[in-house]
Design a protein around this ligand. Structure first.
Ligand SMILES: Nc1ncnc2c1ncn2[C@@H]1O[C@H](COP(=O)(O)OP(=O)(O)OP(=O)(O)O)[C@@H](O)[C@H]1O
Length: 451
């Protein structure tokens, strides 16, 4: 549901502390906005049902109920009404549950009027972006037409309207960074920077200065003040890729920066406010890293407010073909060649291939195939589809053995791949293959595979 632009934006402020409600009202009115106030959950519900608002700002705890009830009311009625909550100082849990329930952002008490202004501007700008252009952005950013990718695109649309931290999971090469860029590009932050950081690639001793910046003279070589990733992403989005690789000491500092929304440059005594939307990603199982003591639970809880799961390519139905054709066209154009076609054998081979490296693997494979091909048709051979490390399957007859030999080779390879993907965990590998654990053990014995 989209709202038509109106001359005056109208805000609903809900707070049972009349003084605070008035302060918010005055600040908002100075911004040229119309304000209605409600002092209870019941009153707020009545006003929401009777009027159209562009933003709702609500306190979390009121005498007759919780701010969460207002968010749920808005969600149930499917109103396109961004809602931000005001939480008690240090009450991270409240903020997280509000974001999970669908709140757009939160402000901690005591409310900083500057932060309030930024939040309101950001919320109202969302409404200015016409829905049809946003549709374009998503189709350009992540290709695919399968139910799996459509679900992802729908969630990206929703996430673009929120400021909540997003945690993207998915196998390597499945488009996590591309999804993060899509969220940014569709959000009210699109005009500011998207800063992508590979947390595994920064030397530990440089982390703090890379993230938070430094002051001139903070250490040898610091000849001038420098901003860090947080400042560079100011007003925009900070994407932390491979977040599981952050050392524990840095996790503590990051948590603080996220919670306080402030950072201190290395060598500085002053903290400076920062306004970034955080998106993080990893192909590792972060919950397991928490269990193993390698990742702080509080940080996990903070960054994992909303999870976006990227499907592996093998679960995206016929999308492989759509993406393959698109990638091939792009590569051919880059090389100044006419667009080659896939023959049926190549398409069949792609269809049954597992793509452990997902779209990135498909892209690399096609680049190689184009170089090997005659430039007119891509044949199955050009794709060189044997999974790395496994034996070529060969053929039946003519020295390739009987059909049974061939099938055994296929079976063995499938088991090896499943074991590789699950880090040697046979229970999970059996699940992946859709067989029982017992059947898997039997097959491994029959094929002479070591435990
Ligand atoms: N649905 C998609 N449509 C088009 N291109 C895609 C899609 N998914 C991934 N890609 C492309 O595949 C490549 C890998 O994507 P990306 O870097 O976003 O993956 P990732 O999950 O972040 O990988 P890693 O886990 O290795 O960091 C990129 O070139 C990206 O543009």
């Amino acid at each position: 549901m989209s709202r038509k632009p109106r001359a005056n934006k109208r805000i609903l402020v809900v707070d049972d502390e009349r003084d605070l409600a008035e302060l918010l009202e005055l600040t908002l009115m100075k911004m040229g906005l119309e304000v209605d106030k409600a002092h209870s959950v019941g009153e707020a519900r009545g006003l929401i049902d009777a009027n159209r608002y562009d933003l709702c700002l609500t306190d979390m705890r009121m005498t007759d109920g919780e701010g969460l009830e207002i968010i749920r009311h808005i969600q149930q009625k499917k109103l396109d009404l961004p809602t931000a909550v005001i939480t008690a100082y240090g009450s991270t849990e409240n903020a997280v549950s509000a974001l999970k329930a669908g709140a757009f952002d939160y402000l901690a008490k005591p409310v900083s009027l500057d932060q309030l202004r930024t939040l309101v501007k950001s919320a109202l700008r969302i409404d200015d972006s016409p829905p049809d252009t946003t549709q374009d952005v998503s189709s350009r950013t992540l290709m695919g037409d399968s139910a799996a990718i459509r679900q992802v695109l729908d969630l990206i649309d929703k996430l673009a309207r929120s400021q909540a931290p997003v945690y993207i999971t998915g196998e390597s090469g499945s488009g996590k960074e591309r999804a993060a860029r899509a969220i940014h590009a569709k959000s009210s932050r699109a005009e500011k920077e998207f800063v992508a950081v590979n947390c595994g690639a920064i030397p530990e001793n440089l982390m703090e200065s890379e993230f938070f910046g430094y002051k001139k003279g903070a250490f040898t070589g610091a000849t001038e003040d420098r901003d860090g990733f947080f400042q560079a992403a100011g007003g925009g989005t900070l994407f932390l890729d491979e977040v599981a690789d952050l050392p524990l000491a840095m996790q503590v500092k990051l948590l603080r920066a996220i919670q306080e929304r402030k950072v201190r440059k290395v060598g500085s005594t002053q903290e400076e406010p920062v306004d970034v939307r955080l998106i993080s990603a990893t192909h590792q199982n972060l919950a397991k890293c928490v269990e193993a003591g390698r990742f702080r639970q509080d940080l996990y809880y903070r960054i994992n407010v909303i999870e976006l799961k990227m499907p592996p390519l093998r679960e995206m139905g016929d999308d492989f073909e759509l993406i393959a054709r698109h990638v091939l066209a792009r590569l051919a154009q880059q090389n100044g060649m006419p667009e080659p076609r896939f023959d049926d054998g190549a398409l069949q081979a792609l269809k049954y291939y597992d793509f452990p490296g997902n779209v990135r693997e498909l892209e690399n494979m096609l680049e190689r195939a184009l170089a090997l091909s005659d430039g007119i048709t891509i044949h199955q051979d050009d794709l060189q589809l044997n999974p790395a490390g496994s034996e070529p399957l060969g053929s039946v007859g003519d020295g390739g053995g009987t059909l049974q030999d061939y099938l055994d080779r296929v079976e063995k390879q499938a088991i090896l791949e499943a074991l590789e993907k699950t880090g040697g965990n046979r229970t999970q590998a059996a699940k992946l293959l859709g067989v029982t654990f017992r059947s898997m053990r039997y097959r491994m014995e029959r094929l002479g595979m070591k435990e």
